[in-house]
Design a protein around this ligand. Structure first.
Ligand code: MG
Length: 381
């Protein structure tokens, strides 16, 4: 997998009205840039994502890029210069194909990304176009001429190319191109047209935000919720306290683990990663990495919650069960739910913490360790 995406988010978007640049304004809780970046970051054929921004937007871009595993690059004076900055950042990286996409197109589908990549197996460039179906007129105030619409397309992004070819084309171009296909054609590259999508529209005018919000809401209604489960075990060792769901409880023994061994918080964190189909704690925080030794598990839970937020999701409710004979959990359960709620930024009433023994059976029954399981429902933010 050696394909990359450049999300161009450096424009100031003055046509779309006052306030934040259009790609950073929220559409049903998530910016257009966040939606566009997530589409590529989640795509199985895209290994590397670059987010090209205006330097003033670092505060908006940095958390988003971190959550999606994207690299931030500062753009230039115009769109072509920003794309060039992204391409130069990829130079010599071994990337084969690069897809260049406007952050103001929030609803690019995985299928469309796949179509562009597939077409790059047959051509030096590939880009989506939507065939023009309306009649076309030329004139000012009155119809001067009918323009034949046969073979005409409305151009969209992502526009995909072999990295080395489009980088050379940008370096040679005098500037002023409307998009990357124009730069590619000037360099003599062949660009295939793949079917575009009406939903992959570009936010340009103020009215486009209302259309985008309607679309986002109908999409949310379809995909909506995700469910996940997590399970974890830590063994007892010497010590005088345990940390369970963020609460320190004095005990005659401690729990062994690379981090603070908070088995309950680990189960909940893995449930969130599970709901996102996004691996597990060990993948995001490898036990082999010494920086997580003794780490507060709050870091893991906050990370998982942030990954969910980057995908437009939050915890709807969660249910955590601790399995042990000792210590007694009941007196601490409400404080545990409050602590998990604080870290996950949801009401404590959305989180249940309960406990059971295993009737003195198995390793938990023999008091060798504590197990925990959790389920979580993620809902649109
Ligand atoms: Mg664990």
């Amino acid at each position: 997998m050696t394909d990359a995406a450049i999300i161009v988010a450096a424009g100031r978007g003055i046509r779309a009205g006052v306030g934040l640049p259009k790609q950073w304004r929220e559409i049903a809780g998530r910016s257009s840039a966040a939606r566009a970046l997530a589409a590529f970051a989640e795509h199985p054929e895209i290994a590397t994502c670059l987010l090209v921004i205006h330097p003033d937007d670092v505060g908006l871009a940095a958390p988003l890029a971190e959550a999606c595993g994207a690299q931030v690059v500062h753009g230039g004076a115009d769109r072509a210069a920003s794309v060039r900055a992204g391409l130069e950042a990829l130079a010599g990286s071994g990337v084969r194909n690069v897809l260049i996409h406007d952050a103001a197109r929030p609803f690019v589908s995985a299928a469309l990304i796949s179509r562009v990549i597939a077409a790059l197996g047959r051509a030096q460039g590939a880009a989506p176009g939507v065939a023009v179906t309306d009649a076309l007129w030329q004139g000012e105030g009155r119809v001067g001429a009918i323009v034949p619409r046969n073979g005409l397309h409305r151009a969209q992004t992502p526009q995909g190319f072999r990295l080395e070819a489009i980088l050379a084309a940008h370096r040679a171009h005098p500037g002023g191109a409307a998009d990357d296909v124009e730069v590619a054609l000037a360099a003599g590259l062949e660009v295939a047209i793949v079917p575009g999508e009406e939903d992959n529209f570009k936010i340009t005018a103020p009215g486009d935000f209302a259309r985008a919000a309607r679309h986002a809401e109908s999409q949310a209604g379809e995909s909506a919720m995700r469910i996940g489960q997590g399970h974890d075990v830590h063994r007892f060792t010497e010590g005088d306290h345990v940390i369970l769901c963020g609460v320190t409880i004095p005990h005659t023994r401690g729990l062994d683990g690379h981090s603070d061994a908070d088995v309950g918080m680990h189960a909940l964190t893995d449930a969130i990663y599970g709901a996102l189909a996004d691996g597990d704690i060990g993948r995001h925080f490898p036990p082999s990495d010494p920086q997580w030794r003794g780490a507060a598990s709050e870091i893991f839970l906050a990370h998982a919650v942030q990954r969910a937020a980057a995908r437009g999701l939050r915890i709807g409710n969660a249910d955590v069960t601790l399995i042990c004979e000792e210590p007694k959990i009941g007196p601490h359960a409400a404080r545990m739910a409050a602590e998990l709620g604080r870290i996950a930024e949801v009401e404590p009433s959305c989180i249940s913490v309960k406990a059971t023994t295993s009737e003195r059976l198995g390793f938990t029954g023999r008091g060798e360790g504590i197990a925990a399981s959790a389920v979580v429902l993620l809902v649109p933010r």
